[in-house]
Design a protein around this ligand. Structure first.
Ligand code: DGY
Length: 330
């Protein structure tokens, strides 16, 4: 059995396979991990078990992304694992409780993607209310020749509810202030230092707004937070924008309400079973569908890559992480 690496290890002196890439990563990051850290990549099944029998005991750090993560089963197959370094702010695919139970550290990439995710949320708000994507399709299919584009809805002055006023939620709220909207929010507890109205439940929040923007972090704690009851409280004139995780919203209820007129529209960057998008949404002009691109700009992905590598380097240097997930993470 390979020995676990000692701390103060430099990338060049790492044994091959001490760093394991779990799931697809940004190409340049994957190249750096392989070339400079001797990382091996966890193969898909059926090769996975044999790979883990051969290499699992030597893995000290797993580098993954929110898309794949490190679940409890994989952790069990990596007895020397000491850290999970996650590319992305969301880490709901990694079993943080199991990691904590074994003293495995977990990091993510907060802050560097806040601006881009918030920009995109505002873009979705404007798009879904003003019908930008739908109007673009209208022009492209030549429909303008025969009829004017239907009237849309005004953004300025609307009431916006933020479900999850963390870093990203706050950045969305700050941007939307420029549209003279009335902002309220729901968190588990009121947040210090903000003047926005606090709603003690998601239903109360939905009742008090025209546009509900979901920015809560994903995971067991927020699963189904935006339930059917919340969506019904938002109502036939209400819009939902989700840049968080598909799991935060009851997707079946969302689809049903969007197709039956129970909701006015939705702007969605995330889905319950990505990359699958509910078939019924594909033909709806009041829904904007994006392929989970909140952080997907050249600048932000480069910053996320850099922070991922800085976390890895810090761990190799002294066994700590630069941006560990919060101690309260579940
Ligand atoms: C993340 O990093 O978790 C976000 O989903 C990026 O869009």
């Amino acid at each position: 059995m390979r020995k676990a690496i000692e701390m103060t290890t430099t990338p060049a002196s790492l044994p091959t396979g001490a760093v394991l890439q779990v799931g697809p990563l940004k190409e340049s990051l994957a190249r750096t991990l392989a070339a400079e850290y001797g990382a091996l990549t966890l193969p898909e099944r059926p090769e996975r078990d044999e790979f883990l029998d051969r290499h699992g005991a030597g893995v000290t750090v797993a580098v993954t992304s929110g898309r794949t993560g490190v679940g409890a089963d994989l952790m069990k197959a990596l007895p020397a694992l000491r850290a999970v370094v996650n590319f992305g702010v969301g880490y709901d695919t990694t079993d943080v409780m199991a990691a904590r139970g074994r003293g495995i550290l977990v990091s993510n990439t907060p802050d560097v993607l806040t601006d881009c995710v918030a920009d995109l949320a505002v873009g979705l708000v404007i798009d879904v209310l003003r019908g930008i994507s739908a109007a673009d399709r209208f022009v492209r299919r030549g429909a303008w020749d025969s009829a004017p584009f239907p009237l849309t809805r005004k953004v300025t002055g609307k009431r916006v509810g933020i479900a999850g006023l963390g870093r990203i939620g706050l950045a969305v709220a700050r941007r939307l202030e420029g549209f003279d909207v009335e902002i309220s929010y729901h968190n588990r507890n009121p947040r210090d230092g903000v003047s926005y109205a606090y709603a003690s439940t998601p239903v109360e929040l939905a009742r008090a707004c025209d546009i509900l923007v979901v920015t809560a972090s994903g995971g067991a704690h927020s699963n189904g937070l935006v339930s059917r009851e919340v969506l019904e409280a938002l109502g036939p004139d209400g819009y939902l924008v989700n840049v968080a995780r598909g799991s935060v919203v009851d997707e079946a209820a969302l689809v049903e309400l969007l197709t039956s007129g129970g909701l006015a529209g939705a702007g969605l960057d995330v889905f319950a079973a990505e990359p699958r998008v509910p078939e019924a949404l594909l033909s709806l002009d009041n829904v904007v569908l994006l392929p989970h691109v909140g952080s997907g700009t050249v600048e932000t992905r480069a910053a996320m890559e850099e922070l991922t590598l800085r976390n890895l380097d810090r761990f190799l240097k002294d066994g700590t992480l630069l941006t560990p997930v919060p101690e309260t993470a579940r």
